[in-house]
Structure formats: structure tokens, C-alpha cells
Write a protein that binds this ligand. Sequence first.
Ligand code: SF4
Ligand code: MG
Length: 330
Amino acid sequence: VTKHFPARGGLPRRGVARRVVHAVEDVSLDLYAGRITALVGESGSGKSTLARLLAQLHPVTSGEVLLHGKPVRAQRGRAFREHVRAVQLILQDPFGSFNPVATIAGTLGRAVALHHPERKGKERAALVEDLLTQINLTPPRQFAEKFPHELSGGQLQRISIARALAAEPEVFLADEPVSSLDVSIRLGVLNLLRRLTEERNAAMLYVTHDIASARYFAADTAVMYAGQLVEQGPSEAVTQQAAHPYTQLLISSAPDPSRPAGSRVRDIGQPPSLIDPPAGCRFHPRCPFAMERCATTVPDSHEISPGHTTRCWLYADDAEARAKRAENAA
Ligand code: SF4
Ligand code: MG
């Protein structure tokens, strides 16, 4: 899929083309039932836009989102709504997504009413309690009566997960689901997401800027840079044998408890603006191995090991690329 949208700000002037944000460029990614795929990148790399495209919150500029192999765009009416139900988005900020004057029972009751209109009265209340039990907020009756401000960030994030669960999704899109939470409770929420994915045999896209958590949490990892997917494969391979210079940079700049105290994390510079992004490989202005072709031509995908691919000219089969590759390995 590709997503371009008009840049905000500035008045449109006659004869001057509106500037365009190239948010997602020709990205292809598969999600699998019962499997977590991490989508890793810096802020502003297009990760959230991609998640929103999958959730049908934005139309794609080109390409297709497929569910069970069927293009979602081609569906109409009931079939389209069915697709929308099956793909549920969980957002980063749980505080912003609740009605402050509705109880948790009210909020979850609305979600149940939307997805299971046949359940009314006691049946609906029972389903709400069941959802609270599934996310380990017990006793459920006690939590049902609370208002959002009476709950912690971690509890609210669990409730946004319960709200998504009410739809019985086949795909969870979790956009930085723990970034706004206290470090001490992140693991609990991630483990809950993992358990739900496994129990329901659902697919999960786990969007994060934290490549270390991707390795721990996700079977597969895809790395996004400035709207392009630069590397993907089994998390173990992508994080232990990172092929793309950007992935290597991300890993070397991630906080590492084994580094001596006081040593500074490497400054990795800034990602480019997605308005008029660099041509060719968008990483080329920052890449220590850039070759001439990198500035002009989008790299092909090269397979490093089974299922592990990268879009980088270093892996082309010619003398210059081989020499650069050796330099990188050194
Ligand atoms: Fe991009 Fe070229 Fe560097 Fe590979 S070597 S990351 S293609 S600039
Ligand atoms: Mg984001």
C-alpha cells in the first residue's frame, strides 16, 4: 500500500501544487493468525499511518489491504462492515479514548451493543463482566462501576483492549500500546496481548519504536524508515543479524542495560521530512555505505536468510556492493 496526503498549513495558491506527505510508500506486509508481527521505527516513520490504513480509517492512495486474501476496498455494505469489525485498533493513549462521564460498564456496554445488538439487559451486563474478567480486572462488578479517572493508565489500557475484544477481532493493531505506561506495568499489558492473540488465534501488528521489545514480544519484525519498509523477517534474525544499515543503527542506539553507566546512547540524527523525502533509498543521506545508485533508485528486496529480507543495495550481487558489505561487516 501507498499513502500520500496533502501537507497541512500554508494556503493553496493558484498554479502552485499542494505539497504532499509521502507517509507510506509501497509497503507490503503479511500478518498471520496466532502470530505477532512488530512494526518498528522512529516516530514519524509512517507506522501509525500504516496501522490506520489497515483499520480502514484512511483510504489507501494505491495498493490493496487484503483480509483472508480478499481486497477490503472492493467490499460493500455488510461485507465491508464485517471487515471493519474483524480488524481492531488499540491506541497509545488510553486516557484520551474514554468518555470521562461514562462508567466502564457504560463504555463497554456500548461496544457490546454495537457488535452484539441481540444481547440486551442482563445478557449485555454479563458480557461486560466477562470482558473484564478476560483482561484480569477482577472482581469485574467493582471495575464496571468506576469512571475513567478512578483507574490507572494500565487499567485503562486493559479496558481499551476489552473494548476491542467485544468485536471478536481476527486482527489486533496495537499502536504503541504500552509507550505511555509506567515501565513497571508494561510487561503485564504485553503479556495480556500475547495471551489473547494465542487464545483467539488472532493476528497482531505490534507498533513500537522499541526494537528490544520487538525481539522479546513478536515472532516477526518489520522495520520502517521514512515510510518505506527496509527490513523484515523472524525477529531473532532481524535483531541478531540486522542487515540494513538503518536497523543496525536502531539497535546500536537502543538503551542497553549492559552498557556502562553514564555512557551516552549514540546520537542517530533525524529522520527526513516525509514532504519531498529523499529519492532512491530514503536513508541514503544518513547512510555511511551509500553508493551512487542509492540516491536515485529504490533498492530491490534481497533475501539474507529464509524469510529475512532487506531493501538495500549493499546486498546486490556485484563488486562494489560486496566491497561495501565487507566494510559494513568490519
Ligand atoms: Fe540505502 Fe544504499 Fe545505505 Fe543500503 S547502502 S541503506 S540502499 S543508502
Ligand atoms: Mg505513531
